[in-house]
Design a protein around this ligand. Structure first.
Ligand code: AVJ
Length: 317
């Protein structure tokens, strides 16, 4: 199921979305999938996170593209169908348009309303590039509709969004991308690298509390999707690096005992109970390359920053 930016969005969540949320909320260790962080406000809060001094990935990745753009474009090739996964405000792809000169730009994001607004502005700036916007969840199934040109697809998956998946899930997604690439297509991916815990803890629990607001906003989104009655003030944000697991985790913790009701269910949360809302895996460079190769890609080149905090990798189908 996808929403094209040329049609009206549906009003009610589909049964699949509700079922997925119910399963997570009822589980002994409650969880909400990180894709639910992105309603229209969530996408705006994430944009604000990218401006924070503590949140280095966006800046470090942009510096890699600024410094090595010409070489990256040579590896990835121009004139492709550029498929931007989790495009958000489309700013990262737009910065590469002059170098990659895509024949078609396809922006994909679960946050359909935010995406379509961003794409409308982008169409004004680049009237000669053919563009498609697809509001869809590409995390479990992934099929591109016929309006996406099949010729030489270059998937663009920046920002280390792949980190939201376990390595096994990531392999599944990458295999599906590989299958949709065509023989001469490829992937340009940004992957955050393992680093000092203090840097990671600050990046996911910033002084201003923007990441806390971003995390708490998932409850507003769930309130809307399930007609639930989560009291936002009764929860607090946790974001920290778990080195043994190789990932940052975000949780919401109940500050007091409370009963929450939603469409078709409900639950008592005790003080201190947590809802796990996100994993953000951090890779060793060699493990990131091994993941790509296990998924059927061939890594052709890797670019990093001087501190080796972040890697941009081009992989061939
Ligand atoms: C958009 C998934 C790459 O994991 O760093 C930012 C989301 N979560 N701060 C990340 C996020 C908390 C971000 N990704």
């Amino acid at each position: 199921m996808h929403i094209s930016c040329t049609e009206a969005p549906p009003r009610a969540p589909n049964a699949h979305v509700a079922g997925e949320l119910h399963a997570g909320l009822a589980a002994p260790q409650a969880w909400i999938a990180p894709k639910f962080l992105y309603d229209a406000l969530g996408s705006k809060l994430f944009e604000a996170i990218c401006e924070l001094p503590e949140y280095y990935p966006t800046r470090v990745e942009a510096a890699i593209f600024a410094r090595h753009g010409a070489e990256i474009a040579r590896a990835a090739g121009s004139g492709a169908t550029l498929v931007d996964l989790g495009a958000g405000n489309c700013a990262k792809a737009a910065a590469l348009f002059p170098l990659l000169a895509p024949a078609q730009y396809v922006a994909v994001d679960i946050s359909a309303e935010f995406l379509c607004d961003a794409l409308a502005r982008l169409r004004q700036r680049f009237p000669r590039i053919a563009m498609e916007g697809l509001g869809m969840d590409f995390s479990s199934r992934f099929e591109l509709p016929p309006q996406v040109r099949a010729a030489r697809r270059l998937f663009f998956y920046p920002g280390s969004s792949i980190g939201n998946f376990t390595p096994d899930e990531a392999q599944g997604l990458l295999r599906r991308l590989r299958a949709q690439c065509g023989s001469d297509g490829g992937l340009l991916i940004g992957i955050d690298l393992a680093k000092d815990k203090a840097v990671l803890d600050a990046a996911y629990d910033d002084a201003l509390g923007v990441t806390a607001a971003f995390n708490l906003n998932v409850l507003r989104h769930v309130n809307r999707l399930l007609d639930a009655d989560f009291d936002i003030r009764a929860w607090r944000h946790h974001g920290f690096y778990h080195a043994a697991q190789g990932r940052v985790e975000m949780h919401l913790e109940a500050v007091r005992r409370q009963e929450v009701r939603w469409n078709g269910g409900g639950r008592v949360f005790e003080a201190g109970d947590r809802i796990h809302t996100e994993n953000s895996y951090k890779y060793q460079q060699a493990d990131a390359i091994a993941l790509l190769e296990r998924s059927g890609f061939e890594a052709t080149q890797v670019w990093t920053d001087p501190q080796r905090w972040f890697a941009v990798i081009h992989a061939q189908a």
